[in-house]
Design a protein around this ligand. Structure first.
Ligand code: ZN
Length: 134
């Protein structure tokens, strides 16, 4: 397992880290198997999502804010209850197939780091399990 660094600049931000993950993968032995990307945080998540039209991210942001408003008489004293809830909705890991050391995402898919309580320095753990080709 390795750890990638992601710096977020806004309170809520979706960052396409597909390139960063693919670059890491290119430095590993060329296996065929499964990649796991895991976020070890309780106010951030990870998802595979449409990465061609920026409006699709905008629409997600708006709808998540409707589902989980920033202020709603939450009991959590730290003041970031909405971020915890959104992170849980999105989830803390994704998996994707790898063939010959190359990530096999769909044409319109990307891996997005999801910040809900930024800006912060964040960690993303990556691990690929499989058999070396050949
Ligand atoms: Zn909290």
């Amino acid at each position: 397992m390795d750890t990638l660094q992601v710096g977020t600049r806004q309170r809520v931000e979706f960052i396409d880290i597909t390139g960063q993950v693919s670059q890491w993968l290119a430095g590993q032995p060329p296996v065929s198997g499964v990649l796991t990307v895991f976020v070890p945080h309780t106010t951030a998540g990870i998802m595979i999502y449409e990465n061609a039209d920026p409006d699709v991210i905008r629409d997600l942001t708006v709808q998540l804010d409707k589902l989980v408003p920033f202020e709603d008489n939450y009991r959590h004293a730290e003041g970031n209850a909405a971020a915890h809830i959104k992170a849980t909705f999105i989830g803390s890991s994704v998996q994707a197939p790898v063939e010959g050391g190359r990530l096999q995402l769909g044409t319109w898919q990307g891996i997005f780091f999801c910040e809900f309580d930024g800006p912060r320095r964040r960690k993303v753990q990556v691990q690929v399990l499989g058999a070396v080709d050949g």
